[in-house]
Ligand binder design. Structure first.
Ligand code: FAD
Length: 507
């Protein structure tokens, strides 16, 4: 029986799944790690603790034997407690947080800098990084975005030079260099031409194609309505997001970065007032402690820190609120919230036996519908960002299957007639770290909180930029200014100045 289904027929849906390909487990800590070994001839304090641990273990075993079937465990020690003091505390262990941690430690190795990454969810079940489409492109309209992705592509192509760890397997990023293919209608052709000029000027290898050239190169495309196409010849395609996240994490840990699987629930801070030419009288805050709550515990662990980096992805606006950002009077800088919020985006996996096949780029149609090949077995992933007025409920990650049926499939099948015959085999949803102000990254220090740095708001292009973003943020913190790429245009102050930095190619 054929698996093909016509556009009008009912499609099969599997339940929305978001299964990480690898699971990261917290490294546990025990008393043994905290003891010091001294040789004094009398039983040392460390021996006492060693024995205490042994006694506790014996008692736990007895209790477990006495209560078969119960998972209650007396004297359990909370694993992964954060240290009492660090130099730099990073909120969020997604790809951006771990990239920053790696670059900080690479610049200031060993004991020169104590860096802690605090991540609330060791399974990463809702992190944007692992739910993303894994794409990298240089086809942006802003020079900063093009340069960020060019620098990141260079990093990714040589990933083992950067993130290889002695005696560990090399990183296999599964970087698929199939390029991005943007299609423009008559209305958008002049913008595509302008973007092309900016991209070439920045050093990106992109080619413009007429509809005839497009058809010659990709015969499976229906070119109706297409006035112009642009195709990335180098440094574009997709890779496995989990692998990149784990590679950054593994390398950073090997260099001495510490991690704690707890949730940052708030901050302690000091306040003082200053006169600012830019913003008038300001009440400046300086965070002294981040308060971390461990899973299954009511206890709050205060961690003294000199610098906090807000890399909490879609939750970074909420983390900023914890230190009062956005809670002052409106029209004052203190009343301006960080405009980053979770916005739900669906990805559908389809099987299409007669689909375009191996030679499929990451195609972005002018309707907004995108798709790319997924593996080698006739599978593809596809999606579309909804209109502002139809943004779905972002309190859960449920998938709307009608969205595929009504908004995506008609456009998909129009552009690639072979997609009239397909089956949805699975789907998932993830949160964009959506910057409602201008859909671009927000970097730098907040004028109101002098030791909170931001790296957030990437709105659908943060994965690919993470290697270069990590380096930039480390430069800003350790050197006081950007050293390799000038990213001042992405400074967070543009929100307060109400100067949006608009990117034409937001997907
Ligand atoms: C469907 C979809 C498709 C995408 N496609 C692409 C693509 O093709 N290419 C691309 O470049 N980008 C893409 N993106 C965007 C990209 O995934 C994000 O921009 C990027 O992953 C952001 O990384 P992050 O580390 O900032 O956020 P995350 O990966 O979300 O990490 C933030 C972490 O912070 C943790 N956290 C939050 N609050 C706290 C707290 N209070 N205490 C402790 N921890 C906390 C969270 O648990 C989370 O793990 C896509 C996103 C989605 C949803």
């Amino acid at each position: 029986m054929s698996t093909c289904l016509r556009l009008t027929s009912r499609i099969h849906h599997l339940q929305a799944v978001a299964i990480p390909s690898q699971t990261v487990w917290p490294r546990t800590r025990s008393f043994a790690h905290r003891t010091q070994h001294v040789s004094t001839g009398v039983p040392a304090r460390s021996d006492f603790f060693k024995n205490l641990e042994l006694h506790l273990k014996t008692m736990q075993d007895k209790a477990a034997a006495a209560l078969p079937g119960s998972d209650w465990m007396p004297f359990e020690m909370t694993p992964g407690l954060p240290p009492e003091r660090v130099d730099i505390l990073i909120v969020g262990g997604g790809v951006v947080g771990w990239s920053i941690a790696y670059w900080l430690k690479r610049t200031k190795p060993r004991d020169a800098l104590r860096v802690l990454v605090v991540e609330k969810d060791p399974t990463y079940s809702q992190a944007s990084t692992v739910l993303s489409a894994g794409g990298i492109r240089q086809q942006f309209s802003l020079a900063e975005n093009i340069q960020l992705s060019l620098a990141s592509a260079d990093f990714l192509k040589n990933i083992n030079d950067h993130l290889g760890v002695l005696n560990e397997d090399p990183v296999d990023l599964q970087f698929n260099h199939s390029g991005y293919l943007f299609l423009a209608s008559e209305k958008g052709a002049h913008i595509m031409e302008a973007n092309y000029a900016t991209q070439r000027h920045a050093g990106a290898k992109v080619q413009l194609l007429s509809p005839t050239q497009l058809k010659g190169m990709f015969p499976w495309i229906n070119t109706d309505g297409v006035a112009l196409a642009s195709y990335g010849l180098e440094n574009e395609g997709w890779f496995d997001p989990w692998t990149l996240l784990n590679a950054f994490r593994r390398k950073a840990l090997s260099m001495g970065v510490e991690q704690s699987f707890g949730e940052v629930k708030g901050f302690n801070h000091r306040v003082h007032s200053v006169e600012s030419k830019e913003f008038g009288r300001l009440h400046i805050k300086r965070i002294t402690h981040a308060n971390v709550q461990m899973p299954n515990s009511m206890e709050i662990q205060p961690v003294e820190c000199t610098v906090v980096i807000n890399a909490a992805g879609a939750n970074s606006g909420t983390v900023a609120e914890m230190v009062g950002i956005g809670s002052g009077p409106h029209a004052m800088e203190a009343g301006t919230p960080i405009p980053v919020e979770p916005r739900k985006r669906y990805i559908y996996v389809v099987h299409s036996p007669h689909g375009p096949g191996l030679d499929t780029p990451f195609l972005i149609d002018y309707s907004g519908v995108y798709f790319r090949r997924e593996g080698l077995g006739g599978n593809y992933i596809t999606g579309l960002s909804p209109e502002e007025v139809e943004e779905p409920d972002s309190t859960n990650l449920d998938v709307d299957h009608d969205f595929f049926q009504e908004k995506i499939w008609p456009n998909l099948a129009h552009r690639v007639p072979a997609f009239e015959c397909l089956k949805v085999t699975s789907a998932w949803a993830g949160f964009y770290d959506y910057n409602t102000f201008d859909q671009n990254g927000l970097l730098g220090i907040h004028p109101q909180v002098r030791n909170m740095y931001f790296a957030t708001g990437f709105s659908g292009h943060g994965l690919q930029q993470s290697p270069a973003i990590g380096r930039a943020v480390a430069e800003l913190i350790l050197e006081g200014s950007y050293q390799t790429l000038d990213l001042s245009a992405l400074d967070i102050k543009r929100i307060l100045h109400e100067e949006p930095l608009l990117e034409e190619n937001i997907v």
